[in-house]
Design a protein around this ligand. Structure first.
Ligand SMILES: Nc1ncnc2c1ncn2[C@@H]1O[C@H](COP(=O)(O)OP(=O)(O)O)[C@@H](O)[C@H]1O
Ligand SMILES: [Mg+2]
Length: 411
């Protein structure tokens, strides 16, 4: 029975569908292909990798480690994180058993969490600007020497790369630093192919960042795998399972109306909708959901304060990738797309010439920003025009500008 979750990554009985993605990544693992998992945020990348590793842990001859680089500031930090996450797999593990336990329990135990912090501190003293590369090589060599195959998942690589590049300030020194780290990763991936299998993923589209820095080639030992949104029917099935598990009567027509409105069924949004609906039914003391309930949950919960928080998060990420000027251009383009229903070449040109006349630094970035918005999953291209991929993102933009939102309708 599927349990609802909004926000954190999911695995086990909270994980829905994705069989073909799991199968594809399993195949990458068995033939030793390194993977670059790409998708916009909230698509379920972390969940997919976590679930894959959970299943791989049952396979004899395969060991796994999961590294999160969200908080890593520089390459040295990244090596520290990889070292900590792969501790139980290293040849001279210090208190390996305890660590495995601690990692599995995600440090809920205060004492273990303190030990972990202490170890992180020690490692950070050993691994620094001057030593990270050689220490990193030793570590990767050590992992590759194990009897079985090691699957090393590295999450949020794009955040680290972006941090090294310092968004918007692509100065040669930063580009060299990012290049140095990616080249290190690539060299190790090549050297240990077959024994060490890397699955790298990140929430901000890494491709536009690397392209901006001219570093795209650095990732070419990785085979890109795009995690797609759920189809409307999978999303509807997920809602059906959630409803069954929580005793909610949710007719197929209502589920379909919601999925059609979301248009791009990002799993997180599907879960958010169910959560909003469930909350609303509980308040009303009912268990049967009508189209009217779904509409209220959508507009007055998902599009209201709760949704706003999520949207702020989306925009923060956008700012991180685009820098201040590009971000401003992106917001204007999104606003135009929302109010006009789509972005026509005329509208884009009108905006561009407005920027040109005022000699705005943003003028030159319009085509690049548009490309990023497409790569990042905000907009899709339809012939000459651009429109929102996700109905929810479009409605968010509309509602914050006080534009009318159409009610949910059944076919
Ligand atoms: N396979 C899945 N089954 C059920 N819910 C999912 C699934 N994948 C993602 N989700 C939903 O999306 C949210 C974000 O998932 P996460 O894996 O953190 O995405 P990402 O790493 O791409 O940002 C989860 O909290 C959950 O609500
Ligand atoms: Mg993630």
């Amino acid at each position: 029975m599927l349990k609802k979750t909004v926000g954190n990554w999911v695995d086990g009985d909270r994980f829905f569908d994705r069989q073909s993605d799991i199968a594809a990544l399993r195949e990458h693992v068995s033939d030793g292909t390194h993977t670059l998992l790409v998708a916009q945020r909230r698509m379920g990348k972390t969940s997919l990798v976590r679930e894959l590793l959970r299943r791989l842990n049952d396979c004899p001859g395969i060991d796994t480690a999961f590294v999160d680089l969200e908080d890593a500031r520089d390459p040295a930090d990244a090596i520290v994180q990889i070292s900590l996450a792969s501790r139980p797999l290293q040849s001279i593990p210090r208190r390996a058993g305890e660590f495995k336990e601690a990692i599995l329990r995600r440090f809920r135990n205060v004492q273990l969490a303190a030990q972990y912090e202490e170890m992180r501190f020690q490692l950070r003293a050993e691994i620094n600007r001057g030593t990270w590369k050689s220490k990193g090589d030793l570590l990767m060599n050590d992992l590759a020497r194990r009897d079985g195959k090691v699957v090393l998942a590295i999450d949020e690589l794009s955040i680290l790369v972006n941090r090294i590049l310092k968004a918007g300030q692509m100065i040669p020194e930063n580009i060299d630093a990012a290049d140095e780290f990616l080249s290190w990763l690539r060299r190790n991936a090549q050297e240990h192919r077959g024994r060490l299998c890397l699955i790298v993923s990140g929430s901000v589209g890494i491709a536009p960042i690397l392209k901006q820095a001219g570093l795209s080639a650095a990732m070419n030992v990785f085979s890109a795998y795009e995690l797609k949104p759920w189809s409307e029917s999978t999303a509807s099935d997920c809602l059906g399972e959630l409803a069954a598990n929580y005793g909610v009567e949710l007719p197929v027509a209502v589920r379909e109306a919601v999925c059609r409105r979301l248009r791009c069924c990002i799993p997180h949004h599907v879960q958010q909708f169910f959560d909003a609906l469930h909350r609303q039914l509980k308040l009303a003391g009912r268990t049967d959901a009508t189209l009217q309930d779904a509409d209220t949950a959508y507009r007055h919960d998902m599009l209201a304060a709760r949704g706003q928080i999520d949207m702020d998060h989306y925009e923060e990420r956008l700012k991180l990738v685009l820098g201040t000027d590009g971000y401003r251009v992106a917001l204007e383009l999104l606003a135009r797309a929302a109010s006009e229903g789509s972005l026509s070449p005329e509208s884009i040109n009108a905006y561009k010439s407005m920027l040109d006349i005022s000699q705005d630094a943003g003028a030159a970035s319009v085509p690049l920003v548009l490309e990023d918005l497409v790569q990042d999953g905000y907009l899709t291209r339809q012939g000459e025009e651009f429109r929102f991929a996700s109905g929810l993102l479009e409605d968010w933009q509309r509602s914050r500008r006080g534009l009318p939102i159409n009610p949910l309708t059944a076919i």
